[in-house]
Design a protein around this ligand. Structure first.
Ligand SMILES: Cc1ncc(COP(=O)(O)O)c(C=O)c1O
Length: 392
């Protein structure tokens, strides 16, 4: 919604005057209305939500639902990924350097590769590859004991901080088939991609895939107040009507957060901001491709909706990353950080503090064409810093 939208702030204040918070075991109106609204906009029969305080908490709830519903422990997660900073969510953040200090938290993590076509882990090219990356997941599940031992797979359908990796056509559908074949749960982490970021309500909507569990945060309140949601399909929700769900928190479904989320979702709807994200996203992606023609440091441009990334390399032919993976978490100067600093000097914040060679652009869904052009001009200037590190 952009910063300081008066309508969002007014609703937050109205709720504060009515009821700030209530004992967590009881319902209150904003909580009930939000639960209903989420069920309406979520794909398929995703219909029951556990409301928490943010992205990592929404993932923790998903992991516990997955374990308690299936009675199994192993969870596949993809290289590279970020699912949050709490112990279990961080353990599942395979290949993200931030997870190196948090190896095990009792979650039996099984890492699998992502559909990262620019650096295909199988050195193949789409579509001749026949989606080897998905077929490999099938093989790993079999080798890990199939549906008797594997509980689920967690994934960001469009990987965010770790590289804006958009899956090729057919990948998500094939992954859904593989989960069904083994009877394991598909958990999608839409903390970044939810609520229109990619030009649909949820990124899975691009491929018509209904996950078993969906994790949400960030855009749910447009960041105005903390909130996370873990939505499950009806059979999983029904299961917990007569099986104790061992989870909870004092601030779950906080009234101030729920009321704000309801207003924000209404505004997304009233102002057609989801469709707008798709339209403006095309504009941004086209601009990013123009930048690639001008800057030899840009190896690849990827994106969906208002979620566009530039992958920086030292050499386009060898694709050598501009900063090695372990260099990305070390303090001190590096080419990517220098681009970020130059951007700040020029008055723009891009998503650059992430553990990948991606500089990502993810403006508010209210962004105008003129603002996109201005941002692209600033990016154009800042990238000159990285061009100096190109070795051809
Ligand atoms: C994909 C993804 N999942 C989970 C999280 C964790 O969210 P939070 O920081 O709200 O705990 C993030 C945070 O950036 C994220 O990008």
């Amino acid at each position: 919604m952009g910063h300081q939208d008066a309508r969002v702030i007014e609703e937050l204040c109205r709720q504060a005057r009515t009821l700030c918070s209530f004992a967590p075991k009881f319902s209150q109106k904003p909580r009930a209305v939000l639960g209903k609204l989420l069920a309406e906009i979520a794909p398929g029969d995703l219909s029951r939500s556990f409301l928490s305080l943010g992205g990592a908490e929404s993932v923790e709830a998903a992991i516990k639902i997955c374990h308690q519903y299936t009675g199994r422990r192993k969870i596949l997660s993809r290289y590279p990924a970020y699912h949050g900073a709490t112990a279990a969510a961080m353990s599942l953040s395979s290949g993200d350097p931030r997870s190196w200090a948090q190896e095990s938290s009792g979650v039996q993590r099984v890492p699998v590769p992502s559909p990262y076509c620019y650096r295909c882990p199988f050195a193949q090219t789409y579509p001749e590859c026949n989606l080897q990356c998905a077929e490999y997941v099938d093989r790993v599940i079999e080798m890990e004991g199939g549906g008797e031992h594997v509980a689920g797979i967690i994934l960001e359908p469009v990987t965010g901080a770790n590289g804006i990796i958009v899956p090729p056509m057919g990948y998500m559908v094939r992954l859904r088939e593989i989960c069904d074949r083994w009877g394991i749960l598909m958990i999608v982490d839409e903390v970044m991609t939810g609520f229109g970021r990619t030009g649909r309500w949820f990124s899975v909507d691009h491929w018509g895939v209904v996950p078993d569990i969906m994790c949400l945060a960030k855009g749910i309140t447009s960041g105005y107040v903390p909130l996370g949601a873990t939505i499950v399909r009806t059979p999983i929700g029904d299961h917990f009507k007569n099986h104790y769900f061992s989870h909870g928190a004092t601030y779950m479904a906080h009234a101030l957060s729920c009321a704000t989320a309801v207003r924000v979702i209404q505004l997304y709807q009233e102002e057609n901001l989801i469709e707008r994200s798709a339209r403006m996203g095309e504009h941004l992606l086209a601009g990013a491709r123009r930048l690639q023609k001008r800057h030899s440091c840009i190896g690849d441009v990827r994106g969906l909706g208002l979620f566009v990334g530039l992958e920086l390399v030292k050499n386009r032919a060898t694709k050598e990353p501009i900063v090695p993976l372990n260099g990305l978490i070390r303090s001190g100067s590096n080419p990517k950080r220098q681009v970020a600093e130059r951007l700040l000097d020029l008055g723009m914040i891009a998503m650059s503090a992430n553990p990948s060679n991606i500089i990502a652009m993810a403006p508010a869904l209210t962004v105008t064409e003129a603002e996109i052009e201005e941002g692209l001009r600033i990016m154009d200037t800042a990238l000159e810093v990285a061009d100096r590190y190109v070795v051809e």
